[in-house]
Design a protein around this ligand. Structure first.
Ligand SMILES: Cc1cc2nc3c(=O)[nH]c(=O)nc-3n(C[C@H](O)[C@H](O)[C@H](O)COP(=O)(O)OP(=O)(O)OC[C@H]3O[C@@H](n4cnc5c(N)ncnc54)[C@H](O)[C@@H]3O)c2cc1C
Length: 450
């Protein structure tokens, strides 16, 4: 296929955001070169949640079917009081949910989602060039091109998409804010074999246990073969490191106030990986001429909404749409991309940084009882209404393959109410939603009582 652009778009970073950006551009006929600093394209071994809006983005990128192969289509989003073990929130992810949001909710291994995006890119070699050991260090631009500096020399392109993550070097030039400050938020992660997991916790759900200053999330992975465990705490920032080895002796005391049901699980891993979590406040500009930020580089957020990768993929889809509509005029496309994305992504960023943390992490005394009282007995429809703004994919994601009609007014990203209930583009995932989630053999007999 002949590319629409003579000079390539340079994409800095080959994570979920960068690969998604290259794919979205390719699906609109634009050629790109992805520069990844690591010697291999890959993702860390841990789980990720895929909400309906993320499925719409994956479908737009043409890899939804690949990701579905190993994903587990869970049946509930649950929140338990970590102290009393009371079930406080139960959001059913059944056919009603899939009808409402046009797609189901699933969980998967990060390597499966990243690997599917990588396969999608590799299937389009005439439009996407993938380079490893290619660290971007800066850029220069003029009216007709951008010169991207790497440790191995300069590369000239029509535009630069900075998908180089939360510590983006390119962001420094555009936004000018310093590296994200230490926050005290950190998490302990482990991936277990399903056989190691206490039977009563093998729930077909993304399950969250909430306690003061902490929460614990778990869900099954890889067709119920694996089990993802993430325990988050706000404490003293021990170092700025990612993915460092941590002992149970270090992690467990943070969760000493939790009930035994979940501590049984917490005592299972022989070791954890410790992550120091960073985030940024939203900013009102992600672009500068031929350069645009995308994904965590644009809107680095805490993981509490489980939407960071979803937002990066939605960004990518919007970028593809904007590039097509601007006919390859990238400065114009980037302005339109920012208008499409900045309010929605910032809303998720703010919600993740503050609101949700306040629900999960309330003190163990009266605040905990008030929190439980607020949510106890809430109907599925009330939760669906509250989540509509985030789980309903924007129109430009749902209709990626269709030409857009009238130009949307800048910054009006709210999904249309009627559209959110309209039939989804992807029938595959909706059909899948009607099926029961794959369960571990032991759970087929086990009682759901807790
Ligand atoms: C504990 C935790 C749980 C999460 N759970 C979820 C979830 O359930 N659902 C969800 O949607 N999101 C989740 N997220 C968020 C999600 O992981 C991120 O938002 C997403 O991975 C961001 O992708 P990205 O491509 O923008 O950045 P990154 O994943 O950081 O990728 C950046 C890439 O750029 C490369 N790079 C960096 N600098 C350079 C450079 N100078 N030159 C070249 N390459 C460079 C890096 O090596 C990397 O490959 C979670 C995050 C955490 C920490």
């Amino acid at each position: 296929m002949k590319a629409k652009n003579e000079k390539p778009v340079i994409v800095a970073g080959g994570g979920i955001g960068g690969l998604a950006a290259a794919l979205a551009l390719a699906r609109k006929g634009f050629r790109s070169i992805v520069l990844e600093q690591a010697s291999l394209f890959g993702e860390i071994g841990a789980g990720i949640q895929i909400a309906p809006n993320a499925w719409h983005a994956l479908d737009a990128l043409g890899v939804g079917g690949l990701v579905k192969k190993e994903a587990v289509f869970i049946e509930h989003l649950l929140m338990f009081d970590g102290v009393s073990a009371e079930k406080v929130i139960d959001i059913p992810l059944d056919a009603r949910f899939a009808r409402r949001f046009g797609n189901p909710y699933a969980v998967t291994h990060r390597a499966d989602i990243h690997g599917s995006l990588l396969d999608g890119c590799k299937a389009l070699p005439e439009l996407i060039e993938l380079r490893t050991s290619a660290r971007v260090t800066g850029f220069e631009q003029d009216a007709s091109k951008v010169r991207v500096r790497t440790e191995k020399g300069d590369i000239e392109g029509a535009a630069l998409v900075a998908a180089d993550g939360g510590r983006s070097v390119i962001r420094e030039r555009i936004v000018g804010d310093p590296l994200p400050p230490v926050t005290g938020h950190m998490c302990y992660r482990a991936v277990l074999n399903i056989g190691e997991v206490p039977k009563e916790l093998r729930l077909p759900a993304a399950t969250l246990w909430a306690g003061h200053n902490t929460h614990i999330v778990h869900y099954p992975l890889r067709g119920w073969k694996l089990f993802n465990l993430v325990a988050t705490v706000i404490g003293k920032h021990t170092s700025g490191g990612h993915n460092e080895l941590a002992t149970p002796q270090e992690a467990l005391p943070f969760f000493a106030h939790y009930c035994d049901q979940v501590m049984k699980l917490m005592r299972t891993p022989k070791e954890f990986r410790r992550w120091m979590l960073l985030y940024r406040q939203p900013v009102d500009n992600w672009t500068q001429g031929r350069v645009a930020l995308l994904g965590d580089a644009a809107h680095f957020m805490l993981q509490y909404m489980a939407q960071g990768a979803a937002m990066a993929m939605e960004d990518a889809v919007a970028l593809g749409v904007a590039a097509e509509e601007a006919g390859g005029d990238f400065p114009q496309a980037f302005r339109a991309y920012q208008d499409m994305r900045i309010v929605r992504a910032s809303r998720v960023q703010l919600s993740a940084n503050t609101l949700v943390g306040m629900i999960f992490h309330v003190p163990d005394g009266l605040e905990r009882l008030v929190r439980n009282d607020i949510y106890r007995g809430r109907s599925a429809e009330r939760y669906y209404d509250a989540l509509e703004w985030v789980f309903s994919a924007p129109e430009y994601v749902r209709n990626f393959d269709a030409k857009r009609g009238a130009v949307r007014s800048p910054r009006s990203n709210e999904p249309r109410k009627a559209a959110s209930r309209a039939p989804a583009r992807s029938t595959g995932s909706r059909a899948r939603a009607a099926l029961p989630a794959r369960r571990p053999p032991s759970r087929q007999r086990a009682s759901r009582g807790r």
